[in-house]
Ligand binder design. Sequence first.
Ligand SMILES: N[C@@H](CCC(=O)N[C@@H](CS)C(=O)NCC(=O)O)C(=O)O
Length: 281
Amino acid sequence: MLENISSVKVSDGWHKQYNHNATSTNCSMRFAIFLPPGASESNKVPVLYWLSGLTCTDENFMQKAGAFKKAAELGMAIVAPDTSPRGENVPDEDSYDFGQGAGFYVNATQAPYATHYHMYDYVVNELPRLIEKHFPVTGTKAISGHSMGGHGALMIALKNPQSYVSASAFSPIVNPVNSPWGVKAFTGYLGNDKAVWAQYDSCELMRQAKQSDYLPMLASQGDADNFLEEQLKPEKLINVAKEKNYPLSFEMQAGYDHSYFFISTFIDQHLSFHHKYLQGE
Ligand SMILES: N[C@@H](CCC(=O)N[C@@H](CS)C(=O)NCC(=O)O)C(=O)O
């Protein structure tokens, strides 16, 4: 069952948080939803799913991105899940980039993580089903995210092109199999078989994509981002997109760092981008 834990009016719509027992992650999960003004059973709205980065919960985007005014104007709901399973029984590690707060949107196969760390199934299947059952939304979905969540958004869209109308990302980890954050997470959650890692790597997935599965994709990156060269490596995805003629619009923005200051500056552009496709244009 859904337990409502907060309800706040904002930009004429509502920001709400819920807990529920999730079967995919085998624990209680919290998520946040923004419902734009006028959303009702007789006026269902499309949904943008937002996946956050390392150390985040459902709250970082909702509190810092400044997305409500534009989402209210465009008539879009936004759903922000947590970034991992959580709780006393959920295995953790004393580091910011693995364990709780760092689920990497994969289905873990390795003990002791395989019991709970199924964020891929949670985001792709369980959460949308729940949202569509309990809220006034259509089944039309787009997906976006930041950093680890940018990896999640692009990877999930590339693996499920029939389920989303568009995908975007801020500062995404585009090639986790070649990024220290990704290598650490994939080794811990997925083991040593690189063929399994490749199934969650946006560069590899784009390389394999059929033209009939191409989705409109937007990525924004700040050139003053501390993680740019070591972890994010956007040129890897840009190169694959060029080779494949994939419709990726990549925008390097001068002077911006890795933070929500950057996201809040360009979020309206990303919401408008998704709106175009969510409206069925
Ligand atoms: N230096 C950071 C690295 C983690 C980080 O930059 N997290 C980003 C996502 S990859 C974030 O959104 N942090 C939370 C926030 O800014 O609200 C830390 O040690 O916590």
